[in-house]
Write a protein that binds this ligand. Structure first.
Ligand code: NAD
Ligand code: G3P
Length: 332
């Protein structure tokens, strides 16, 4: 596939890291920032001091704030927060050539509509070919060239395969697949579960409790995914188990760090520390969708109640610990 020029919308931490990875893979990259002043500063200093300090931008990247750059894109990456994805997709609609592959890199569910990211792209950019990129990957690791593996899913298998080849490098390995729903569920739900793990650690409940949270979180994630028609093996892969292990195990995760702060008693309004904790926005939408499909997600429900201010951390932990004893694996 010809993926040049590759246009990346969103010059935050992940957009910047992906721009560097793609440029290193040989792509011609345009990185589009929201704010013209920020774009000019990155272009001039070759560093994104605001979102990813300490990393030099590859020489093959042009930075702009002009969304019009999307008009010539042979492939486009959407790397803005999940709650902003619709607004951004809508503004791209008149600019994008029909059939352009659009790779969704945000991990979340839209809270106002309860829609997945791929549904939003289908609604706002109906002529585009939607793909989802997800998996365990910290921007800081990717930009340092540390080995990372992610998955790229598209309903059209040849598009996923050829774009994976175009964007991958020896240290940024991109597997491909066709289970778009499974891959986006993995990315969205793990953020909610990482908040739960952060709360556990912030409260000092210990490593055993964290491991239990990961395993039971994975159980509810796979129950949910199965009910929504995703393939269970997808969730056993990079977007699902892989990302759960990363984000539930590292204070570098903004979702985990948010939960940890809540567990330490930091007030809700201050716990994210000004950083993007996607799970806080996704939790209620995830739980509502699970309810509509008759799926129990007690950990996600507890997180949703805590981030909505409806339950204290202690009440949420008490509710989880006092659930009835049951068989580990449900037959559904
Ligand atoms: N940072 C990571 O390691 C990482 C890894 C994988 C996936 N992701 C996902 O990528 C998405 C973006 O995360 P990030 O780390 O880049 O966040 P970030 O906070 O570092 O950057 C967000 C970017 O989006 C822009 N933005 C915010 N609201 C906008 C709006 N309404 N319109 C246009 N642009 C807007 C901001 O200006 C900024 O450039 C999230 O869904 C996140 O879960 C992040
Ligand atoms: O910092 P987080 O919690 O948004 O996690 C970043 C990535 O999603 C990890 O795969």
């Amino acid at each position: 596939m010809i993926a040049d020029p590759l246009v990346i919308i969103g010059a935050g931490a992940w957009g910047t890291a992906l721009a560097n990875a793609a440029a290193q893979a040989g792509r011609t990259v345009t990185l589009v920032a929201r704010d013209p002043e920020h774009a000019a500063t990155i272009e001039a200093t070759r560093e994104n001091l605001r979102f990813l300090p300490g990393a030099l931008l590859h020489a093959g990247i042009t930075v702009t704030a002009d969304l019009g750059a999307a008009a010539v894109a042979r492939a486009l990456l959407l790397v803005v927060p999940a709650q902003a994805l619709r607004e951004v997709a809508r503004s791209l609609a008149p600019r994008l050539a029909p059939g352009t592959p659009v790779v969704i890199c945000a991990k979340g569910i839209e809270r106002t509509s309860g829609r997945f990211m791929s549904d939003i792209v289908a609604e706002e950019l109906p002529a585009a070919v939607p793909l989802v990129l997800s998996g365990p990957s910290f921007a800081e690791d990717v930009v340092r060239g540390l080995p990372t593996a992610v998955v790229l899913a598209c309903g059209q298998e040849p598009v996923a395969r050829s774009l994976a080849v175009a964007l991958a490098s020896p240290t940024f390995r991109i597997y491909h697949g066709t289970d778009v729903r499974g891959v986006e569920i993995g990315g969205a739900a793990k953020n909610v579960l990482a908040i739960a793990c952060g709360i556990v650690m912030g409260c000092g409940l210990g490593e055993s409790a964290r491991a239990a949270m990961v395993a039971r979180g994975f159980a509810e994630l796979t129950r949910f995914a199965r009910a929504l028609g995703a393939r269970p093996e997808t969730l056993m892969g990079l977007s699902g188990l892989g990302d759960l292990v990363l984000t539930c195990g590292s204070a570098k995760s903004r979702n985990f760090a948010f939960g940890e702060a809540l567990g330490r008693g930091v007030p809700l309004a201050e716990a994210a520390g000004g950083k993007l904790a996607e799970g806080a926005f996704t939790a209620a939408a995830l739980v509502a969708m699970a309810g509509r499909h008759g799926v129990e997600m007690p950990i996600s429900e507890a997180v949703a109640a805590v981030v909505a201010g409806e339950m204290s951390v202690d009440e949420a932990i008490g509710a989880l610990l006092n659930r009835p004893i049951r068989a580990e694996h449900e037959i559904i």
